[in-house]
Write a protein that binds this ligand. Sequence first.
Ligand code: BT5
Length: 333
Amino acid sequence: MNPVLAYLLPRTGSWVSGMEVSKELGISRAAVWKHIHKLRALGCTIETSPRHGYRLNAGGDILAPETIDIRTKILGTCIVFSESVTSTNEVATKMARSAKDGTLVLSLIQTAGMGRLQRSWSSPPGGIWMSLILKPEIPPVLSPRIGMMAAVAVASALRRAGFHAKIKWPNDILIGDRKVCGILIELGAQMDRLEYAVVGIGINANVNDEALLEEWGATSLGKELGRTVDRSEIISCVLEELELRYLGLGAEFQEIHREWEAFSATLGQEVMVIGWSGNGDLAGKAESLDQDGALIVGTSQGLVRVLAGDCRHLRPLNRSGCRSTAARPGSEI
Ligand code: BT5
């Protein structure tokens, strides 16, 4: 953690002189000033006064291991925190074999955030960019359950925070018809044994750059709420909701499957699955989700099982997450 932030955090709301910080941390006053600059760029609200020094504002959007209330027994009990990394999934994958089950890798920004299928994921300050290293005792064949579990857990956590979050197959989280969270699962497995899963979760929490959101067709929690959200509390809730389901991943999967269907924005929709099986696109109605996480699409040729891919909803959802009655022909999400 940034040493200046570590010093200011327990003194939130009080003025602390530059001299005091520099003396206590054993660094020059110029170095303190550089840290302050960096922290501000990362979203901390720090006031400065020539007479009083620095004051960390409680209303700011501060995210650090110390600000996260860990209410779980496994997930997040070990946190690897950085101000900047290439990708939390990359860091997590490198350390996965030797890491403790439930290790959380968290960064304030990512310089090379990864989406699915080699796409990139923009990760400016204000977001939640995190990866969990999981070691579930399930055979590799059941690994699609991990993505479904993660999507259900994030949707539940956001619902607890008052957002009407829905899941778009395979595991995007939407508010209305806009993406607010993407999930990237990467696995390390042998023929018959799953060694680890890295569950990468990117939530546009307080990412409020309108132009960027527009470019992605996305939204953020802050934008939806009209004010800054507490990222630390959102992370605590995501960890709780995930742990609840993680413990039942093998034996109690029916319930996760049921929740996925209940939270789904995709089922019942006319969809287009892009690049399906290398045979071009597939159009039809999303009928159901099977136990392997495959989408069952009703087409003119009958039911087709789609295990992976990108899906577009052909009818827009309105802001409350319901399908609009007056669909624009050809419009898609
Ligand atoms: C995903 O990919 O939705 C998975 C994203 C996972 C990100 C997390 S952050 C923590 C962890 N570490 C990582 O490096 N990754 C994970 P996909 O469905 O392929 O969506 C990618 C597409 O979404 C891009 O091609 C853009 O069009 C768009 N996009 C990029 N950044 C975005 C953002 N912040 N919010 C919404 N859409 C975005």
